[in-house]
Design a protein around this ligand. Sequence first.
Ligand code: DQA
Length: 145
Amino acid sequence: MHRILIINGPNLNLLGTRERSVYGDTTLEAITSEAVRFGSSIGFEVEAFQSNSEGALIDAVHHAPSRFEGVVINPGAFTHYSIAVRDAIAAVAIPFVEVHLSNIHNREEFRRISVIAPVCAGQISGFGPFSYILGIEALRRLLDK
Ligand code: DQA
């Protein structure tokens, strides 16, 4: 049984009501339940953590290897400028997969850069809530290799 963590960054707690034309109307709770359900169907134990604060996200990254074998992370806006989150991921030895609901490459110019992606195994962007399922599937391939 693989244990993995899903980390969600700022404003993702507002999914369901936040900018629905961009992010859809699925709540974070519903995304998490679906991820837990998919995880258990492939023998994964999935936990989820969300914070609006950079420090709390960094702490979650630091502590992840003691309990989890891999992480799916949606860093929210920190994707585009948090060298501190990037350095935290670079400092731990388990695989991370970066996910986004929206396709960050067809939005504003400032969203096209991810400072996080280079320290992740890969990036999945643009599939709505299904991005999280693809992220878990990517971790499965990595962990089973
Ligand atoms: C996001 C994309 C980011 O640019 C944005 O700041 C978010 C959500 C996404 O999942 O599409 O908060 O990470």
